[in-house]
Write a protein that binds this ligand. Sequence first.
Ligand code: MEV
Length: 318
Amino acid sequence: MRAVASAPGKIILFGEHAVVYHKPALAMAVNRRARVEVEETGGDQIFITLPDLDVEGVLGPGGELEFSGTGKVGILNYITQAVKLLPVPGGLKIRVKLEIPIGAGMGSSAAITVATLTALTQLRRESLDKTALASLAHQVELEVQGAASPMDTAVSTHGGLVYLHGQGEVENLELPGELPLVVAYTSYRGNTGELVAGVRHRRDLYPRVVDPILEAMEMVTQRARKALQEEDEEVLGDLLNINQGLLDALGVNTPELSRMVYLARSAGARGSKITGAGGGGSIIAYAPGKTQKVLKKLQEEEEAFPVGLSHQGVELED
Ligand code: MEV
């Protein structure tokens, strides 16, 4: 028997870092997905291949993992952890197709985890509701990474535009129109754990300075929710730029990210900011009517591509 599931990657629009302090965040699922095919075999080993990343792994019956390839093999841990939580008797072949760049803060590991768990659930002839699935996928991320907010796995599971309330409640928001964005990323990835720890350190040193920044981020996210629903391009652009300034104030900006942010604005973006933890990784640019121009400009310097909202969360194929 064979099962195939796919799940979208995500970008954070507003609220990264503040979300660690129980402030709200807004994220959206994007039209780039991880597709995971799981097939039962007669043997007792689990063969995992991710051809897009040049990564392969074999999980033996005793739980020992051997890997090969030139890519980032750490991604295999999400799959083996998913198999540990939802075991299927006998051997398996797991093949992952990835349209989401890895290490760009676009939730590739969450998308792979959510799709793998969904395909395994199907092979086990079980079903999981989306809340239970998101929580299981979050558990996988926690076990592999040590720390993770529930945002990536929630967005990958539910799809669409997600408002994560400060206390962790996930709300799907309706968006009246499209939300065309450009993502640009540097090959250097910031270390999320270190960046989160850096913000904590500065907050410990200067609580009366940093707390109002986090509160301002909360206000930005709340106001952005309204602007998105009203399709107010001007306000949305302003809020993205304000959020960028606040992230810079928290100390997670870099000269490369800053350069891309201003390059996008000079090419006509209404707003642009870091997306994710910063310290490297990606920026997003919002350029209604000027997406191609901004894309071209960013591509002269870095990897860049357009993304749109995906209403489709995780889904079984076939
Ligand atoms: C990283 O993508 C987003 C952060 O807010 C950390 C987290 O939410 O786990 C920086």
